[in-house]
Design a binder for this molecule. Sequence first.
Ligand code: ZN
Length: 392
Amino acid sequence: MSKAASQTTAETLADPRWAAVIARNPDVEGQFFYSVKTTGVFCRPSCAARTPLPENVSFHASAAAAQAAGYRACLRCQPTAAPLAQRQADLVAQACRYIDGCDHLPALAELAQVAGVSAHHLHRLFKTVTGVTPAAYAPAARHARLRHELRDTASITAAIHEAGYGSQARFYAVADQVLGMTPRAYREGGRDMPIEYALGTCGLGAILVAPSERGVCHIALGDDAANLLAVLQTRFPKALLEAGTAGFNAMVAAVVAFVDAPATGLDLPLDLRGTTFQLRVWQALCAIAPGQTASYAEIARRIGAPRAVRAVATACAANTLAVVVPCHRVVRSDGSLSGYRWGVERKRLLLCLEAQSAGAAPDASGTSGASVARPDGSAGSGAPVVPADAGP
Ligand SMILES: [Zn+2]
């Protein structure tokens, strides 16, 4: 090896960018490119091509700089094209738009053909980017369209057809699960639908609990009972809100006891309503034991959608069951608290109390705090069991 070559080798080996090339690290994508003197091509750091010898490698700040130095773009990693993650996200976004605009439920093969990739590849990519499969996304898109049509369309029958449901019978079979009420009641903002509620006080301030026929569907925390009631009314603008009876108040007492000491568990049926993705996030939250926390990125990894960190944060923010679905146990990757629907100070207090009681009485069984009944009324424990095909 010549003196000049060994000089280059030493410089390359000492360069942190070389470590990224050896690791094919996708996280440094776009930060630099490397060229190989012997082949005359330049690559992204993550290129799958054989790792070159360090004495032949130079680094470049941009693809343009590498080209200016006389190198050609590698055919394998296409360093002059948009970054791979961007191209994948675009492809999935395109598939989503196609599903949204379809008047039928497109099969995977049809989606793959439109996208110009294999069915297997599209399926895997779609799941990585969105957290759900195309098959789960398609009904969810149709449900979303139905909700929209119900608000704008004169007739419910027309709305059902415009949202892409072939028959009314098929639609009614899923309507209750999707909307939580009949289409007419939904369209009318829950008009005349009785919703019982109870207001109480817990260690965190005022608490409002409201059940549906299936289970607890709303738990909110706040400083002020009147505000909590106003929020419930906003969610169901035309429903008849009724203060609960004595038997009902026993249920609220159970919720209050649980909120004050989450490690004790809650043995009540829950009525969780959300998109397939939201339900998966909420299930993952219920698996975090009291006294523990997880980051949004960690939850995204646990549900098998590592890139859906932002969607996980949105799903946490959409939780309507305070403490029972413990979105307060999710924090930023650096451990700092992010926002909390019911007040960030309340989140701080909750985590503090849980850490204290976890330290005082470690949960040797390793079970998580929330013990809840399944939607069908049978007893369950740990994460709430949610309907497999619940829509948005
Ligand atoms: Zn390459």
